[in-house]
Every structure is written in structure tokens, then in C-alpha cells.
Design a protein around this ligand. Structure first.
Ligand SMILES: [Zn+2]
Length: 257
């Protein structure tokens, strides 16, 4: 379940019987309330990266519940934790959890995949991938972020993408500026507008849908490449450079109003 926090964060809580795992608890309060409301015991906390809106509640939850904290091996967190990195695999609540390195937003950002989750795989991707967008590149490079997009794009198409923020509608406004003739994008935008009008989250997103509508997963598509080249005035050589196109796409989004 997605627990809203702050203005636009989602704290993801995954439960099995009366046990729970939370992802990126930026605030302990909504987690404590959900645990009490549903009679759940917290067994683990998964952290994707070190930003305060993802780790703010970790220490308090760890102290009050004794839950084990898993976090990125290459980042510092405000509490002791079990470091994880690309290729690591462990079991939680009877589920296999796989770790992917997805640097770019931060230098050591990781994502967690439940490949055998009931119904379809689940991805907790923190601030790397959003529906219709991707995270800002604060510590890494465009080349790293593009490689992280490629890593996530290779997951099964029915993967449920649990992003950490409800940024979908503003991302889709930008996506529409990049690909004004993408009919899948137009249909998805109408779908998400209807959900938000009812106060419902647009997440989790489906990875297969993201591959059709998210410009940051489509940076090699000719339509996206040409739109970026036109907007940024890229040379013919730059237009054929995947990283240059991706970097210009990200800069376009940074300045988009
Ligand atoms: Zn962040």
C-alpha cells in the first residue's frame, strides 16, 4: 500500500500476514499509524538513497520496532544498516528481494525488485524512475542515469513500478511537449488526470506502459531524439550520441515550466 507523506511522497508498505516491510520512510509517523491500524509488526526497512525525505523516519522506526535496515553500500545513512549492492539477493516475508545499482540521482542509489511477487514483479525505485519522468541528476552523471534507465527498462513489462513521488501529471505535461503525437501518451495522460481528479494515486505504474510513454526510457527513440535535437540545437554528431541526447533531455525538463 502507498502511504502519502509530506506534500507528494509515497512511503511504500508491503505486508504479508501480520508482518510488514517499509521502503524509504521519510517520516515515521504515517508508518507507526499504519502498523497500529492494521496490527502489523515491522520486520525490515529498505532504503534506496540518503535524501532526508527517504530516511527521516528510519532511526525512530528502527528504535521502536527493532526492524533491520537495508541500504545502499555506497551511501551514509543516519543509522546502522546492512549494506547492499548490485546483485545482492535476500529473503523478506517469504519473498526474494534483488538489489540493482541505479546511480544518477545520488551516487549510490539502489533499487529493490521482488521478481516473484504475487500477480507480477514489484520494483521500488526511489527517486530514479517516476511515472513519465526520472529523478534529477544531483550526484551522478547523465551516462550513469541513462545506464540506470536501461537497467530498469530490462525488467519484465508487467513489473509494478513503485515510485517515491506523485509527480506523474507534471511529468506527463513535459512528455507531451517532447512527443506531441504519441497516442499512448495521450491515453495515459487522460487516465492519470481522471485518477488525480478522484484523489487517487497514479502509482504503481506498469513498466510496459512507461516504455511507451516515458521520454527518459525512450531517449533512443527517433521521435524523442529529434525533438531533443531541435530543442537543444544539437549538432549531427551530438544527435547520434545517446548520452548527449539524454543529458539534453534532462536539461530540457529541468527548465520546463
Ligand atoms: Zn532523492
Amino acid at each position: 500500500m502507498a502511504l502519502p507523506a509530506f506534500s507528494d511522497n509515497y512511503l511504500w508498505l508491503w505486508q504479508q500476514d501480520q508482518l510488514a516491510v517499509v521502503v524509504d520512510p521519510g517520516d515515521a509517523e504515517p508508518i507507526h499509524k499504519a502498523l497500529a491500524d492494521h496490527g502489523l509488526a515491522l520486520t525490515a526497512i529498505l532504503v534506496t538513497h540518503h535524501h532526508a525525505d527517504h530516511v527521516g523516519g528510519v532511526r525512530q522506526l528502527q528504535e521502536s520496532t527493532g526492524a533491520e535496515v537495508f541500504g545502499p553500500a555506497r551511501e551514509d545513512l543516519p543509522t546502522a544498516f546492512t549494506p547492499v549492492m548490485h546483485g545482492d539477493q535476500f529473503e523478506l516475508l517469504g519473498q526474494s528481494v534483488q538489489v540493482l545499482d541505479v546511480p544518477g540521482h545520488t551516487a549510490g542509489h539502489v533499487a529493490y525488485v521482488l521478481p516473484n511477487a504475487p500477480a507480477s514483479p514489484v520494483l521500488f525505485c526511489g527517486d530514479t524512475l517516476f511515472s513519465g519522468g526520472c529523478g534529477r541528476i544531483f550526484e551522478g552523471t547523465p551516462a550513469q542515469m541513462l545506464a540506470s534507465m536501461d537497467c530498469l527498462a530490462a525488467l519484465p513489462a508487467d513489473t509494478r513500478v513503485c515510485c517515491a513521488h506523485e509527480y506523474t501529471l507534471s511529468n506527463l505535461r513535459f512528455a507531451g511537449a517532447v512527443e506531441p503525437h504519441n497516442s499512448a501518451l495521450q491515453a495515459y495522460t487522460a487516465h492519470c488526470q481522471a485518477l488525480r481528479a478522484k484523489g487517487q494515486p497514479t502509482l504503481p505504474a506498469k513498466l510496459g506502459t512507461e516504455l511507451q510513454i516515458n521520454p527518459f526510457l525512450r531517449a533512443r527513440h527517433p521521435d524523442v531524439r529529434h525533438a531533443v535535437a531541435r530543442h537543444a540545437g544539437l549538432s549531427a554528431k551530438e544527435q547520434n550520441d545517446d548520452v548527449a541526447v539524454f543529458a539534453a533531455l534532462r536539461e530540457w525538463k529541468n527548465d520546463f515550466k
